[in-house]
Design a protein. Structure first.
Length: 81
């Protein structure tokens, strides 16, 4: 299931743990645990937007429409750096 999760993330797009859980037939909690495992293995990198997001760059950010003023966790594959 880790491979399937990684493949979904590699395809890109805005995916929530809930939407990934539906696609994988599991719970959001399990998806979050798998995301942490993939990060621990060095296959994903996590970005904390509240700490690293530059407010002036919102106009060019692809997440601007869905961004909320809370601490959001976003993962991407290491290849997309």
């Amino acid at each position: 299931m880790l491979n399937r999760l990684f493949d979904l993330i590699e395809k890109g797009g805005s995916l929530t743990p809930a939407s990934l859980a539906t696609q994988l037939g599991t719970s959001s909690s399990m998806v979050e645990l798998m995301l942490e495992e993939l990060t621990r293995r060095g296959l994903l990198k996590e970005t904390d937007f509240q700490k690293k997001c530059d407010q002036e760059s919102c106009g060019t950010c692809y997440l601007a429409k869905s961004c909320k003023p809370i601490n959001q966790r976003v993962w991407s594959t290491k290849k997309q750096s």
